[in-house]
Design a protein around this ligand. Structure first.
Ligand SMILES: Cc1cc2nc3c(=O)[nH]c(=O)nc-3n(C[C@H](O)[C@H](O)[C@H](O)COP(=O)(O)O)c2cc1C
Length: 227
């Protein structure tokens, strides 16, 4: 079976139903990476519905399904969010930018940082900013109850050929942003997934070999490395 290759071309309504259904699950998992260079072209609402529906198939404690998804597509609203994200991101990335002045800073980290900066600088042009929010429980935010759903959405984006990444730095301005989104205090946002048609392609992200992280029956301290 061949994998669906992201073409970047918007599909017709008819194509959306079958789009992404052929991609083998494990191949999709191994080739889902953060795609932060996105085109400004709109994403059809039916496709947003499809990737969010994948999110709703995630497990949750007591099957409470505490999640809500807010797909921000209005240009003015995206600009407000992008402005806050950028301010938060500048603080977050500053130490990495400083460290990257050292020529020995690893290339892959440098590429990742540049892509993250590109996203922050162009966030207002990303067609969909998908917020994932969830019910608090016993007075506590339940981010962990949302992350399986978030991962499902990221995998579904990969399957249908949309580019996406997981971000959380907007939470530095969580009160302002949640208020702007109309979220009640009991349902705070945990993550924001910028989604659009990718400029680049999906491919295997750089990861440690599994042998460096897997052991049986008892932790192997020999797995601990300096980085
Ligand atoms: C919990 C969490 C929060 C993250 N928040 C952000 C963020 O706010 N902004 C950002 O650019 N990347 C953020 N990232 C990192 C990227 O989403 C991505 O996972 C990372 O750069 C690795 O990219 P790769 O999968 O292509 O290797 C976050 C990752 C995680 C797991």
């Amino acid at each position: 079976m061949t994998a669906v290759q992201p073409t970047g071309e918007p599909p017709t309504d008819l194509e959306i139903e079958t789009l992404g259904e052929e991609l083998p699950l494990l191949e999709g998992i191994r080739t889902t990476r953060a795609i932060r260079r996105l085109r400004p072209d709109p994403v059809p609402p039916e496709l947003i519905r499809k990737v969010v529906e994948a999110g709703t198939f995630a497990p949750s404690g007591g099957n409470r399904q505490p999640w809500f998804f807010i797909a921000v597509t209005d240009a003015e609203r995206r600009a407000f969010i992008a402005d806050h994200y950028r301010r938060a991101f500048e603080m977050y990335i500053a130490p990495a930018v400083k460290a990257a002045q050292d020529p020995s800073y690893p290339d892959d980290k440098r590429r990742n940082m540049r892509a993250a900066i590109h996203l922050a600088e162009n966030l207002h042009e990303v067609p969909v900013l998908l917020f994932v929010a969830g019910w608090m429980r016993r007075g506590q935010e339940q981010s962990q109850a949302l992350f399986p759903a978030i991962m499902n959405v990221l995998l579904a984006c990969r399957a249908v050929g949309l580019g996406a990444s997981l971000t959380t730095v907007h939470r530095m301005y969580q009160l302002e942003i949640d208020d702007y989104l109309g979220l009640p205090e009991r349902i705070p946002s945990s993550a924001m997934l910028p989604i659009g048609w990718p400029v680049g392609r999906y491919g295997k992200p750089r990861r440690k070999p599994v042998e460096q992280v897997l052991c049986y029956d008892r932790f192997n301290p020999g797995l601990i490395s300096s980085d």
